[in-house]
Ligand binder design. Structure first.
Ligand code: ZN
Length: 400
């Protein structure tokens, strides 16, 4: 045996192992944390996706960002199902009817696979379902349009299982102005909207400040007696002048109120380059709608992106690093107790960053946070503890 060669071989093997060990070690640790922490994602658009393209999400599905096997491998435990109604329905009618249908759909998912899914109505439900290995599907209502001007409908939807409401979506409605809409008929909330916020406080529903105009946000903070959430918003710092994301002042106020901002993973929420592309697409889309009056507002969000991409190329994706920059930014502003996850999976089409393409990829987020020096406890707060704290506070103040 040539000892010099043996020495070199062993030396090279050791150096390679040492270089690799922290890498695989960190990936394993991230996977482990993802599996044994409660991961809560406050915005996943499964119901609307299934309404348009039925599929069995208890098994692996061909498209889409969510299904049971991928959720399990990503460590997801509490997936807020978005009960989303298109803004145009407010004028056309049928919002409440559609919301009911989408809630039925979530109930069917659970009824068909009670060994896999359960609907969480309370923090205690979410914890208990996590302990028993069930994937919790609480529900949040995106767009308050189904309230249809009747305060009794807030209680109606609470009784059907809705645990947060986003007052408006892409158009200003009878409750609130929208950040996407130039029409600011209420300069924030309508008088009825103020009553809706109070009723939500009374019942123990979380108020979601996502999508609403800045004026509406400030009014909600003044009125709400409980902490509020932004169920799927990111930091405006990175997308200047875009009202849909939250400004630093708003994030600070949200934190002072005890609330939490759940970072949206969609590339256009994360990077200015993607945002500018989306701005140009939106302008072009609005012109397209004028030429095609038979199409509705939701066509802009759901289908027009494909039409636009054919001519202008695909949307430039944000990177996982850029998503992590949003976490750092909020943490540096207000601390780690006020950040969470609101991916917008199944809601932002093909615009997700590389490394965060679907519900199997939360461990990549965990790993990125660890690499940036977040402690394990910090990571667990981001994954779910922060949201549980807010949800609990909302329940507690309603119980008083
Ligand atoms: Zn949304």
């Amino acid at each position: 045996m040539n000892y010099r060669i043996l020495f070199i071989v062993v030396f090279v093997a050791l150096v390679t192992a040492c270089e690799r060990a922290p890498e695989t070690g960190l990936a394993d640790r991230a996977q482990q944390i993802a599996i044994d922490s409660i991961i809560i994602d406050t915005h996943i658009d499964v119901p609307y996706r299934l309404q348009n393209r039925p599929a069995d999400v208890s098994e692996a599905t061909d498209g889409g960002d969510f299904d049971y096997p991928r959720a399990v491998s990503g460590g997801l435990n509490t997936a807020f199902m978005s009960i989303y109604t298109p803004a145009a329905l407010e004028a056309e009618g049928g919002s409440r009817e559609l919301a009911d249908k989408l809630i039925d759909l979530v109930e069917e998912i659970v009824e068909q696979s009670p060994d896999k899914f359960a609907i969480a109505l309370t923090v205690a439900d979410a914890r208990q379902q996590f302990e028993s290995g069930l994937l919790s599907l609480p529900m949040g209502m995106e767009n308050g349009s189904p309230i249809e001007g009747d305060l009794a409908n807030v209680k109606y939807f609470y009784d059907r299982g809705i645990r947060y409401i986003t007052p408006a979506h892409s158009l200003s409605n009878h409750i609130s102005d929208s950040s996407y809409d130039e029409n600011r008929q209420w300069n924030g909330l309508s008088e009825f909207g103020v009553e809706v916020i109070r009723e939500m406080n009374r019942l123990g529903m979380m108020i979601d400040v996502t999508h609403v105009s800045d004026d509406a946000f400030w009014q909600i903070l003044e009125i709400s007696t409980a902490p509020v959430i932004a169920s799927h918003s990111s930091a405006r710092h990175f997308t200047p002048d875009w009202e849909r994301n939250m400004s630093d002042e708003m994030i600070i106020a949200l934190a002072e109120n005890g609330g939490v901002i759940q970072i949206n993973f969609g590339s256009i929420f994360i990077s200015e380059e993607s945002r500018e592309y989306a701005n140009a697409r939106m302008e072009s889309g609005r012109a397209y709608l004028i030429e095609h009056p038979d199409l509705t507002e939701s066509y802009l969000f759901r289908d027009y992106p494909k039409v636009y991409a054919e001519e202008h190329g695909p949307l430039p994706y944000a990177s996982l690093d850029e998503v992590l920059d949003h976490y750092d930014h909020v943490r540096d502003l207000v601390g780690v107790d006020h950040i969470g996850i609101g991916s917008d999976y199944d809601g932002v089409g093909d615009s997700l960053p590389v490394g965060l393409k679907d519900v199997s990829q939360y461990p990549n987020l965990v790993r990125g946070l660890l690499e940036r020096g977040y402690s394990e406890e910090d990571v667990r707060k981001i994954l779910g503890k922060n949201l549980l704290r807010v949800w609990q506070a909302v329940e507690d103040q309603a119980a008083k």
